[in-house]
Design a protein around this ligand. Structure first.
Ligand SMILES: Cc1cc2nc3c(=O)[nH]c(=O)nc-3n(C[C@H](O)[C@H](O)[C@H](O)COP(=O)(O)OP(=O)(O)OC[C@H]3O[C@@H](n4cnc5c(N)ncnc54)[C@H](O)[C@@H]3O)c2cc1C
Length: 347
Protein backbone atom coordinates (compact mmCIF):
# COMPACT_ATOMS: atom_id res chain seq x y z
CA UNK A 1 0.00 0.00 0.00
CA UNK A 2 1.28 3.48 -0.95
CA UNK A 3 0.65 6.11 1.67
CA UNK A 4 1.20 9.83 1.24
CA UNK A 5 1.95 11.93 4.31
CA UNK A 6 1.72 15.71 4.12
CA UNK A 7 4.22 17.32 6.50
CA UNK A 8 7.67 16.29 7.74
CA UNK A 9 7.16 17.43 11.33
CA UNK A 10 7.29 15.17 14.39
CA UNK A 11 3.93 13.60 13.48
CA UNK A 12 4.64 12.99 9.78
CA UNK A 13 8.09 11.53 10.40
CA UNK A 14 6.81 9.31 13.20
CA UNK A 15 3.89 7.92 11.25
CA UNK A 16 6.20 7.33 8.25
CA UNK A 17 8.50 5.31 10.48
CA UNK A 18 5.69 3.11 11.77
CA UNK A 19 4.16 2.62 8.34
CA UNK A 20 7.48 1.49 6.97
CA UNK A 21 8.01 -0.80 9.93
CA UNK A 22 4.69 -2.47 9.19
CA UNK A 23 5.65 -2.95 5.57
CA UNK A 24 3.91 -0.03 3.89
CA UNK A 25 5.45 2.30 1.39
CA UNK A 26 5.42 5.92 2.51
CA UNK A 27 6.01 9.21 0.72
CA UNK A 28 6.26 12.48 2.62
CA UNK A 29 5.58 15.81 0.95
CA UNK A 30 6.98 18.79 2.86
CA UNK A 31 6.34 22.40 1.92
CA UNK A 32 9.71 23.66 3.16
CA UNK A 33 12.70 23.25 0.84
CA UNK A 34 14.42 21.06 3.42
CA UNK A 35 13.72 19.65 6.83
CA UNK A 36 12.66 22.49 9.13
CA UNK A 37 15.40 22.61 11.75
CA UNK A 38 15.81 24.87 14.77
CA UNK A 39 12.69 26.33 16.31
CA UNK A 40 11.53 26.15 19.88
CA UNK A 41 12.33 23.57 22.50
CA UNK A 42 9.74 20.99 23.39
CA UNK A 43 9.41 18.53 26.22
CA UNK A 44 8.85 14.88 25.50
CA UNK A 45 7.17 13.25 28.43
CA UNK A 46 5.39 10.21 29.70
CA UNK A 47 4.19 7.64 27.23
CA UNK A 48 5.94 9.40 24.33
CA UNK A 49 9.24 8.39 25.87
CA UNK A 50 8.20 4.78 25.54
CA UNK A 51 7.35 5.37 21.89
CA UNK A 52 10.82 6.84 21.35
CA UNK A 53 12.28 3.69 22.90
CA UNK A 54 10.17 1.47 20.67
CA UNK A 55 11.41 3.43 17.67
CA UNK A 56 15.01 3.05 18.81
CA UNK A 57 15.65 6.81 19.00
CA UNK A 58 15.36 7.41 22.73
CA UNK A 59 19.12 7.40 23.34
CA UNK A 60 19.73 9.80 20.45
CA UNK A 61 17.06 12.18 21.76
CA UNK A 62 18.50 12.09 25.28
CA UNK A 63 21.99 12.70 23.90
CA UNK A 64 20.71 15.76 22.01
CA UNK A 65 18.59 17.22 24.81
CA UNK A 66 18.82 20.95 25.48
CA UNK A 67 20.51 20.53 28.85
CA UNK A 68 18.87 23.73 30.07
CA UNK A 69 20.41 24.59 33.43
CA UNK A 70 17.91 27.09 34.64
CA UNK A 71 15.60 30.02 34.24
CA UNK A 72 15.47 33.46 35.73
CA UNK A 73 12.29 35.45 36.05
CA UNK A 74 13.02 39.17 36.00
CA UNK A 75 11.22 42.44 36.58
CA UNK A 76 11.10 45.34 34.16
CA UNK A 77 14.52 46.59 35.29
CA UNK A 78 16.01 43.15 34.77
CA UNK A 79 16.24 42.43 38.50
CA UNK A 80 15.94 38.73 39.21
CA UNK A 81 12.78 37.96 41.16
CA UNK A 82 12.87 34.17 40.93
CA UNK A 83 15.31 31.45 39.92
CA UNK A 84 14.41 27.97 38.88
CA UNK A 85 16.27 24.91 37.74
CA UNK A 86 15.77 23.99 34.09
CA UNK A 87 13.70 20.97 35.01
CA UNK A 88 11.46 22.89 37.41
CA UNK A 89 10.92 25.60 34.82
CA UNK A 90 9.97 23.01 32.22
CA UNK A 91 7.91 20.97 34.71
CA UNK A 92 10.06 17.99 33.88
CA UNK A 93 10.02 14.93 36.08
CA UNK A 94 11.59 11.50 35.84
CA UNK A 95 12.85 10.78 32.36
CA UNK A 96 11.15 13.74 30.66
CA UNK A 97 13.47 15.18 28.07
CA UNK A 98 13.60 18.58 26.40
CA UNK A 99 14.83 18.87 22.83
CA UNK A 100 14.73 21.51 20.11
CA UNK A 101 11.88 20.65 17.74
CA UNK A 102 14.11 20.67 14.67
CA UNK A 103 16.68 18.43 16.35
CA UNK A 104 13.95 15.92 17.13
CA UNK A 105 12.86 16.03 13.49
CA UNK A 106 16.44 15.50 12.34
CA UNK A 107 16.78 12.43 14.55
CA UNK A 108 13.46 11.03 13.36
CA UNK A 109 14.45 11.63 9.76
CA UNK A 110 17.85 9.99 10.19
CA UNK A 111 16.03 6.96 11.53
CA UNK A 112 13.43 6.73 8.78
CA UNK A 113 15.12 4.43 6.34
CA UNK A 114 13.71 4.27 2.86
CA UNK A 115 10.95 6.81 2.69
CA UNK A 116 10.46 9.07 -0.30
CA UNK A 117 10.71 12.73 0.68
CA UNK A 118 9.40 15.43 -1.62
CA UNK A 119 10.68 18.74 -0.29
CA UNK A 120 9.52 22.12 -1.50
CA UNK A 121 6.18 20.83 -2.68
CA UNK A 122 2.63 20.72 -1.44
CA UNK A 123 -0.67 19.07 -2.25
CA UNK A 124 -2.89 21.17 -4.50
CA UNK A 125 -5.85 18.89 -4.83
CA UNK A 126 -7.12 15.43 -3.89
CA UNK A 127 -9.64 13.45 -5.92
CA UNK A 128 -10.95 10.36 -4.20
CA UNK A 129 -12.34 7.19 -5.64
CA UNK A 130 -13.47 4.11 -3.74
CA UNK A 131 -9.98 2.74 -3.27
CA UNK A 132 -7.48 5.43 -4.26
CA UNK A 133 -6.77 9.11 -3.90
CA UNK A 134 -5.40 11.00 -6.89
CA UNK A 135 -3.15 13.70 -5.57
CA UNK A 136 -2.22 16.79 -7.54
CA UNK A 137 1.06 18.25 -6.36
CA UNK A 138 2.22 21.77 -7.09
CA UNK A 139 5.51 20.52 -8.55
CA UNK A 140 5.37 16.75 -8.80
CA UNK A 141 2.37 16.35 -11.09
CA UNK A 142 -0.42 13.88 -10.31
CA UNK A 143 0.18 10.67 -8.40
CA UNK A 144 -2.02 7.99 -6.97
CA UNK A 145 -2.00 6.84 -3.34
CA UNK A 146 -4.18 4.51 -1.39
CA UNK A 147 -4.18 6.68 1.69
CA UNK A 148 -3.36 10.32 2.43
CA UNK A 149 -2.33 11.40 5.91
CA UNK A 150 -2.49 15.06 6.88
CA UNK A 151 0.37 15.72 9.31
CA UNK A 152 0.85 19.28 8.19
CA UNK A 153 0.28 21.05 11.45
CA UNK A 154 -2.21 23.38 13.03
CA UNK A 155 -3.13 25.06 9.76
CA UNK A 156 -3.32 21.79 7.88
CA UNK A 157 -3.45 21.96 4.11
CA UNK A 158 -4.98 18.50 3.84
CA UNK A 159 -7.75 19.49 6.22
CA UNK A 160 -8.37 22.63 4.14
CA UNK A 161 -8.54 20.70 0.87
CA UNK A 162 -10.71 17.89 2.12
CA UNK A 163 -12.88 19.46 4.80
CA UNK A 164 -12.85 23.19 4.01
CA UNK A 165 -11.94 26.42 5.74
CA UNK A 166 -10.05 25.96 9.00
CA UNK A 167 -12.30 28.46 10.79
CA UNK A 168 -14.87 25.66 10.86
CA UNK A 169 -12.58 23.41 12.87
CA UNK A 170 -10.35 25.60 14.98
CA UNK A 171 -11.26 27.76 17.91
CA UNK A 172 -9.24 30.92 17.97
CA UNK A 173 -8.05 31.57 21.49
CA UNK A 174 -6.56 34.94 20.54
CA UNK A 175 -3.11 33.94 21.70
CA UNK A 176 0.02 34.37 19.63
CA UNK A 177 3.57 33.12 19.88
CA UNK A 178 6.61 34.36 18.06
CA UNK A 179 10.11 32.89 18.14
CA UNK A 180 13.14 34.19 16.26
CA UNK A 181 16.91 33.94 16.40
CA UNK A 182 18.97 36.74 17.96
CA UNK A 183 22.66 37.02 18.81
CA UNK A 184 23.44 35.59 22.24
CA UNK A 185 24.29 39.07 23.52
CA UNK A 186 23.51 38.18 27.14
CA UNK A 187 26.01 35.32 26.94
CA UNK A 188 23.49 32.79 28.08
CA UNK A 189 24.67 29.24 28.45
CA UNK A 190 21.75 26.81 28.54
CA UNK A 191 19.72 29.43 30.32
CA UNK A 192 16.37 31.16 29.86
CA UNK A 193 15.29 34.57 31.11
CA UNK A 194 11.66 35.50 31.16
CA UNK A 195 9.83 38.75 31.77
CA UNK A 196 6.07 39.03 31.92
CA UNK A 197 3.35 41.58 32.22
CA UNK A 198 -0.36 40.92 32.11
CA UNK A 199 -1.09 39.30 28.74
CA UNK A 200 2.50 39.69 27.47
CA UNK A 201 5.49 37.45 28.02
CA UNK A 202 8.95 37.93 26.56
CA UNK A 203 11.85 35.55 26.95
CA UNK A 204 15.31 34.78 25.65
CA UNK A 205 17.18 31.51 25.88
CA UNK A 206 20.15 29.73 24.51
CA UNK A 207 20.23 25.96 24.56
CA UNK A 208 23.16 23.58 24.34
CA UNK A 209 25.30 23.84 21.26
CA UNK A 210 23.50 26.92 19.94
CA UNK A 211 25.83 29.82 19.17
CA UNK A 212 22.80 32.11 19.07
CA UNK A 213 19.84 32.72 21.30
CA UNK A 214 16.09 32.64 20.67
CA UNK A 215 13.77 35.48 21.49
CA UNK A 216 10.26 34.40 22.28
CA UNK A 217 7.09 36.44 22.66
CA UNK A 218 3.73 35.17 23.81
CA UNK A 219 0.77 37.48 23.99
CA UNK A 220 -3.00 37.66 24.11
CA UNK A 221 -4.58 39.76 21.39
CA UNK A 222 -8.13 38.51 20.95
CA UNK A 223 -9.28 41.72 19.29
CA UNK A 224 -6.76 41.76 16.46
CA UNK A 225 -6.35 39.21 13.69
CA UNK A 226 -2.81 38.77 12.52
CA UNK A 227 -2.37 37.26 9.08
CA UNK A 228 0.13 34.47 9.66
CA UNK A 229 1.35 34.73 6.08
CA UNK A 230 1.91 38.48 6.17
CA UNK A 231 5.34 38.99 7.63
CA UNK A 232 5.23 42.77 7.74
CA UNK A 233 1.90 42.69 9.55
CA UNK A 234 3.30 40.24 12.09
CA UNK A 235 6.30 42.46 12.74
CA UNK A 236 4.10 45.53 13.17
CA UNK A 237 1.75 43.68 15.49
CA UNK A 238 4.63 42.55 17.65
CA UNK A 239 6.00 46.09 17.92
CA UNK A 240 2.55 47.47 18.74
CA UNK A 241 1.68 44.89 21.37
CA UNK A 242 5.07 45.23 23.09
CA UNK A 243 5.28 49.00 22.91
CA UNK A 244 6.39 50.56 26.18
CA UNK A 245 7.20 47.26 27.83
CA UNK A 246 10.24 46.92 30.10
CA UNK A 247 13.34 44.74 30.46
CA UNK A 248 15.24 43.85 27.28
CA UNK A 249 12.16 43.86 25.09
CA UNK A 250 12.95 47.02 23.04
CA UNK A 251 16.40 45.61 22.25
CA UNK A 252 14.99 42.21 21.32
CA UNK A 253 12.47 43.87 19.02
CA UNK A 254 15.26 45.81 17.33
CA UNK A 255 16.89 42.47 16.59
CA UNK A 256 13.82 41.11 14.87
CA UNK A 257 15.11 39.54 11.66
CA UNK A 258 13.83 40.62 8.31
CA UNK A 259 14.02 37.09 6.96
CA UNK A 260 12.48 34.08 8.57
CA UNK A 261 14.58 31.46 10.31
CA UNK A 262 11.68 29.17 11.04
CA UNK A 263 8.97 29.03 8.42
CA UNK A 264 7.36 32.42 8.78
CA UNK A 265 8.30 34.98 11.42
CA UNK A 266 6.30 32.64 13.52
CA UNK A 267 3.60 34.65 15.22
CA UNK A 268 1.22 31.79 15.53
CA UNK A 269 -2.34 31.84 16.65
CA UNK A 270 -3.04 29.31 19.32
CA UNK A 271 -6.08 27.28 18.65
CA UNK A 272 -7.80 24.38 20.21
CA UNK A 273 -10.72 22.07 19.83
CA UNK A 274 -9.81 20.31 16.62
CA UNK A 275 -12.82 18.52 15.25
CA UNK A 276 -12.93 14.92 14.19
CA UNK A 277 -14.70 13.93 11.04
CA UNK A 278 -16.34 10.93 9.62
CA UNK A 279 -13.41 9.09 8.17
CA UNK A 280 -15.73 7.45 5.69
CA UNK A 281 -15.80 10.74 3.81
CA UNK A 282 -12.09 10.92 3.27
CA UNK A 283 -9.57 8.37 2.15
CA UNK A 284 -7.10 9.64 4.65
CA UNK A 285 -6.42 10.61 8.18
CA UNK A 286 -4.92 13.53 9.99
CA UNK A 287 -2.18 13.33 12.58
CA UNK A 288 -1.28 15.41 15.65
CA UNK A 289 -1.73 19.19 15.24
CA UNK A 290 -3.53 18.76 11.94
CA UNK A 291 -6.09 16.68 13.79
CA UNK A 292 -6.22 17.55 17.44
CA UNK A 293 -4.20 20.68 18.22
CA UNK A 294 -4.95 20.36 21.88
CA UNK A 295 -1.89 22.07 23.19
CA UNK A 296 0.75 24.52 22.15
CA UNK A 297 3.15 23.82 24.90
CA UNK A 298 3.65 20.83 27.00
CA UNK A 299 1.95 17.92 25.38
CA UNK A 300 1.55 18.35 21.65
CA UNK A 301 4.32 16.12 20.46
CA UNK A 302 3.47 13.24 22.71
CA UNK A 303 -0.15 13.42 21.75
CA UNK A 304 1.05 13.06 18.18
CA UNK A 305 3.17 10.13 19.13
CA UNK A 306 0.94 8.12 21.32
CA UNK A 307 -2.66 9.06 20.83
CA UNK A 308 -4.20 5.63 20.94
CA UNK A 309 -7.35 6.72 19.21
CA UNK A 310 -5.36 7.96 16.27
CA UNK A 311 -3.44 4.77 16.13
CA UNK A 312 -6.66 2.82 16.09
CA UNK A 313 -7.88 5.03 13.27
CA UNK A 314 -4.68 4.34 11.39
CA UNK A 315 -5.18 0.67 12.13
CA UNK A 316 -8.73 0.74 10.85
CA UNK A 317 -7.70 2.44 7.64
CA UNK A 318 -4.82 0.09 7.05
CA UNK A 319 -6.32 -3.06 8.49
CA UNK A 320 -6.07 -5.92 8.76
CA UNK A 321 -2.34 -6.34 9.35
CA UNK A 322 -1.48 -3.19 11.12
CA UNK A 323 -2.40 -0.81 13.35
CA UNK A 324 21.60 33.47 12.84
CA UNK A 325 23.75 36.09 13.23
CA UNK A 326 27.18 36.15 14.91
CA UNK A 327 27.54 36.66 18.63
CA UNK A 328 27.55 40.29 19.60
CA UNK A 329 29.92 41.57 22.26
CA UNK A 330 29.23 40.99 25.91
CA UNK A 331 26.18 42.69 27.31
CA UNK A 332 27.02 45.57 29.60
CA UNK A 333 24.09 44.94 31.89
CA UNK A 334 23.33 42.13 34.30
CA UNK A 335 25.42 38.95 34.07
CA UNK A 336 22.49 36.58 34.29
CA UNK A 337 24.62 33.54 33.76
CA UNK A 338 26.77 34.07 36.84
CA UNK A 339 23.74 35.09 38.87
CA UNK A 340 22.24 31.76 38.09
CA UNK A 341 25.46 29.86 38.78
CA UNK A 342 25.56 31.40 42.24
CA UNK A 343 22.20 29.88 42.92
CA UNK A 344 22.74 26.58 41.11
CA UNK A 345 26.41 25.74 41.55
CA UNK A 346 26.14 22.57 39.53
CA UNK A 347 24.68 24.42 36.52
C1 LIG B 1 6.45 27.49 21.81
C2 LIG B 1 5.92 26.06 21.74
C3 LIG B 1 6.28 25.17 22.72
C4 LIG B 1 5.84 23.84 22.65
N1 LIG B 1 6.20 22.96 23.62
C5 LIG B 1 5.85 21.68 23.55
C6 LIG B 1 6.29 20.74 24.54
O1 LIG B 1 6.98 21.09 25.50
N2 LIG B 1 5.94 19.44 24.39
C7 LIG B 1 5.16 19.04 23.33
O2 LIG B 1 4.88 17.85 23.24
N3 LIG B 1 4.70 19.90 22.41
C8 LIG B 1 5.01 21.20 22.49
N4 LIG B 1 4.57 22.07 21.54
C9 LIG B 1 3.66 21.59 20.52
C10 LIG B 1 4.39 20.80 19.44
O3 LIG B 1 5.42 21.60 18.87
C11 LIG B 1 3.40 20.39 18.36
O4 LIG B 1 2.32 19.70 18.95
C12 LIG B 1 4.09 19.49 17.36
O5 LIG B 1 5.15 20.18 16.71
C13 LIG B 1 3.08 19.04 16.34
O6 LIG B 1 3.73 18.25 15.40
P1 LIG B 1 3.10 18.08 13.93
O7 LIG B 1 4.06 17.24 13.19
O8 LIG B 1 1.69 17.68 14.04
O9 LIG B 1 3.02 19.56 13.31
P2 LIG B 1 4.23 20.66 13.01
O10 LIG B 1 5.27 20.50 14.03
O11 LIG B 1 3.50 21.91 12.84
O12 LIG B 1 4.79 20.14 11.61
C14 LIG B 1 4.02 20.25 10.43
C15 LIG B 1 4.95 20.09 9.24
O13 LIG B 1 4.12 20.19 8.06
C16 LIG B 1 4.72 21.09 7.15
N5 LIG B 1 3.67 21.70 6.34
C17 LIG B 1 2.82 22.70 6.68
N6 LIG B 1 2.01 22.99 5.67
C18 LIG B 1 2.34 22.15 4.66
C19 LIG B 1 1.85 21.95 3.35
N7 LIG B 1 0.87 22.73 2.84
N8 LIG B 1 2.40 20.99 2.58
C20 LIG B 1 3.43 20.22 3.06
N9 LIG B 1 3.94 20.37 4.30
C21 LIG B 1 3.39 21.32 5.09
C22 LIG B 1 5.47 22.10 8.01
O14 LIG B 1 6.50 22.76 7.28
C23 LIG B 1 6.01 21.18 9.11
O15 LIG B 1 7.25 20.60 8.74
C24 LIG B 1 5.00 23.42 21.59
C25 LIG B 1 4.64 24.34 20.60
C26 LIG B 1 5.10 25.65 20.67
C27 LIG B 1 4.69 26.62 19.58
Amino acid sequence: MNVLISGAGPAGLTVAYWLRRYGYSATIVERAPSLVVGGYKIDVRGAALQVLRQMGVHDAVVAAHTDMQGALLVDKEGKVINRMSGDDFGHRVGGDVEIVRGTLCQILRDHLGEVELLFGDTIQGITQSSDTAQVQFTKNGVREFELVIGADGLHSNVRLIVFGEESRFLRDLGLYLCVYTVPNYLNLDRMEIQYSELGRIAAIWSSRGDANARACFGFAAPSIRIDLRDRVQQQEALRTVYKGIGWEVPRLLEMMPTVSDHRRLCARRRTGGGVRHSFARFRGIRERDAALCRSQSGAGTQIGKVDEVRRKEVGRQLAPQAVDAENAGPHDGVDYQSLHRADHPSG
